[in-house]
Design a protein around this ligand. Structure first.
Ligand SMILES: O=P(O)(O)OC[C@H]1O[C@H](OP(=O)(O)OP(=O)(O)O)[C@H](O)[C@@H]1O
Ligand SMILES: NC(=O)CC[C@H](N)C(=O)O
Ligand SMILES: [Mg+2]
Length: 490
């Protein structure tokens, strides 16, 4: 199933976008809860650069700080951390997939329920949120945000069940798509992963305090112990007396998102027992086996292309050199909200290291090619630095299909591989040759013989168009979401 412009835009209320993911973090029963949440979010910053927020509970009140911008800009000073009192905290770094980059969409989202408040953090994207939101609004719900994540809160609020966990479960069983959720009530820290486990979520422990986080790197930064992954379809409930698990969807085979390995997750994180770094390096080795070329130097496109370039160099025997220097004050460009900012970002981010390039046949290795913003600029830059030949190699297959699960890939026609053939793409980016890792090669790098087409081990919809959940909102008309909405101007 694929989406054209109109349906794609249903998920993209800002217009053009291709951004990343969000990061979630939660901790219960630690005196430094807010400081630890801030550190955890800092480690998860690569998953979302638009906004950050923390909500704590101090046995009396919930306390919230939510800001547009980076974690370091808003959660580094003792005053802020001091205001976020309490032994329980949840936090979020956002990269928007549904709903604009405005303060009222910044998470954790919060609702006052009859039994007390609940704060919710969401990584992923619901594929029926617009459909449900329309029904809710017609039933009288007053939505405070334009984010898909708010629908969960609205459904929890409407549930007639008595216990908060039952209300939460009733809410998520109505949702489709991808979600790793972390929620905080006055007594509980709740985590949930969608039935296929599309987005990651891990459980850790710091001196008896349970922690939920998107990636293991958020545990490492605070010296917490990794306990296990939250399973696909699992609802995990942490209280002061222990941890309980529920499987409201029954058990089924997981299909985590393969793009977490390729780009999203930090290389020092471990996902389903695999080091992200090792997988990326293996992908680079496999890429070298599949797409070898005579050259003098292998140059990575920093940051995410580095491990694959190391693998390519190790397998091909061609020396690895840092022929591109990365400016550390520019973040990830793929996840910036507009094309203009992305293009400027790429320009500011990378500079050619002429001494390693001049007169050489260069192989550039990057992890993925999406719109081509990075590759066009990099190829030109490497040529201007005097390269004799420029060969571009991608450690993942061509991305031909949009993502609706928390990676904000653009409408299909902005995906280079959706509109151009390999030769056309090569001409567009101005390289002497261009080649991608094969789909089976990607699975080989993960330790399989290839893709199991009957029962795919991962969701790889961006490469194959095989979407593992219903995409209900694609059948909605646009009238509803194009109705006038509040724009905050100050
Ligand atoms: O074809 P494009 O539209 O340019 O998108 C692909 C590029 O975007 C990502 O880099 P990004 O700068 O986001 O992050 P990184 O520093 O982790 O590589 C990715 O690693 C590619 O380099
Ligand atoms: N990237 C994400 O995981 C986004 C979470 C949520 N869909 C939002 O737009 O805020
Ligand atoms: Mg990159």
């Amino acid at each position: 199933m694929t989406g054209g412009t109109e349906v794609d835009e249903l998920f993209d209320m800002d217009g053009d976008t291709l951004r990343e993911e969000c990061g979630v973090f939660g901790i219960l029963g630690h005196e430094d809860a807010s400081a630890l949440a801030a550190l955890g979010l800092h480690a998860l910053q690569h998953r979302g650069q638009e906004a950050a927020g923390i909500v704590t509970f101090d046995n009396d009140q919930f306390r919230a700080e939510r800001h547009l911008g980076l974690v370091g800009d808003h959660f580094s000073d003792a005053d802020t951390i001091g205001r976020l009192t309490g032994r329980a905290a949840v936090g979020h770094v956002r990269y928007s997939t549904t709903g604009e980059t405005i303060l009222r969409n910044v998470q954790p989202l919060f609702a006052e329920l009859d039994g007390g408040g609940i704060a919710v953090c969401h990584n992923g994207n619901f594929t029926n949120a617009l459909t449900l939101r329309r029904q809710l609004i017609r039933d009288g719900a007053i939505c405070q945000s334009t984010s898909d994540s708010e629908v969960v809160l609205q459904l929890v609020a409407r549930s007639r069940k008595n216990k908060i966990v039952d209300r939460f479960i009733e809410a998520i069983t109505q949702m489709e798509g991808a979600y790793s959720l972390v929620a905080l009530t006055s007594k509980k820290l709740i985590g949930a992963r969608d039935p296929l486990g599309i987005r990651p979520l891990v459980l850790g422990d710091l001196n008896g305090a349970p922690i939920l986080a998107s990636e293991t790197c958020a545990l490492d930064i605070i010296g917490a112990k990794f306990i296990r992954e939250v399973e696909n379809g699992e609802v995990i409930v942490c209280t002061s007396t222990g941890i309980q698990s529920f499987f409201p969807f029954g058990k089924q085979q997981a299909r985590p998102c393969i793009f977490e390995y390729i780009y999203f997750s930090r290389p020092d994180s471990v996902l389903s027992g695999r080091s992200v770094y090792d997988v990326r390096r293996e992908m680079g080795k496999q890429l070298a086996r599949e797409t070898s070329v005579e050259a003098d130097v292998i140059v990575p496109v920093p940051d995410s292309g580095v491990p694959a370039a190391i693998g390519y160099s190790q397998e091909s025997g061609i020396p690895f050199e840092l022929g591109i220097i990365r400016n550390h004050y520019v973040g990830r460009t793929f996840i910036e909200p507009t094309q203009q900012i992305r293009a400027l970002g790429v320009k500011m981010k990378h500079s050619a290291n002429r001494s390693q390039i001049e007169g050489k046949r260069v192989v550039l290795v990057d992890d993925s090619l999406v719109r081509g913003t990075t590759s066009v600029k990099i190829v030109q830059m490497i040529r201007e630095a005097g390269a004799k030949e420029v060969h571009f190699r991608l450690a993942s297959p061509p991305i031909r299909y949009s993502d609706y699960y928390g990676i904000d890939t653009p409408v299909r026609e902005k995906l280079l591989a959706a509109k151009y053939s390999l030769e056309e793409m090569c001409a567009y980016i101005g390289a002497d040759s261009l080649a991608f890792l094969s789909v089976d090669g990607m699975y080989k790098s993960m330790g399989y013989d290839g893709r199991d087409n009957e029962n795919p081990q991962f969701t790889d919809h961006g490469f194959t168009g095989d979407y593992p959940t219903p995409l209900t909102d694609l059948s909605e008309d646009q009238e509803f979401i194009s109705a006038p909405r509040l724009v905050e101007v100050g």
